[in-house]
Design a protein around this ligand. Sequence first.
Ligand code: ZN
Length: 260
Amino acid sequence: MSELIRSRRDVLKIGAAAAGAVLLQGVPGMAEPTAAKKQVVVVWSEGTAPKKVYPKDINGAIAEGLAPLEGWEVVAASLSQPEQGLPDDLLNRADVLIWWGHQRHGQVKDALVEKIVKRVKEGGMGFISLHSSHFAKPNKKLLGTACSWRNYPSDITETKVIVKDSSHPIAQGLSDFTIANSERYVDPYAVPPPKALVFEGISKLTNGTNDKSQFGFTWEVGKGKMFYFQGGHETNPIFFDANVRKMMLNAVRWAAPEKK
Ligand code: ZN
């Protein structure tokens, strides 16, 4: 009898050990308990860039440049997708949203803009706004001003981007660099005082003179960080440029909320 009980106990012990082994192995498809949750950056564009310059639109080129981010999921989203590329489940887990728009600002739904603003102000999502996105609805709503430049001449070929604040994380590893540019924006930019002016631009005009303007700014809006970069007209392939890609990597890491 006692022999039998002992062996039953042994069976139970073996059973418990086997169950433990199953638990330790985890369930297929579930994340390893020790693996850190990935941060998420969404790169959004409206799909109007010329295919010969940006075969996968601007979001595709920027997303490709963000591939070196370790521990990040990079998502390309566009206006033509369901829910304008930003369904709630994606927006709610995004740590940083990058925005490039130009001709289709008016098509972006106000309800989506409200959700983006809330994610930045209350959720701490970073927002990076590029070139003609100065007039994008979320950019204007976040900054609360007209966000207009004085003028938008097309009298240039290139701009030298000057690192004004070399201590800023967005400028890390960068020194002054030149980008193709066929559309300059002229100061002043109707925005609140920035937290930092990271870059200035010296544009080489076709008449042989130069024009200096503010080129890269940051703000804090509620719990979120914002960065705006003036370059990036759709016929200038700057989002394939190594310096711009380095800047975008820096900007994403900087704009992300602190890890909890
Ligand atoms: Zn432009």
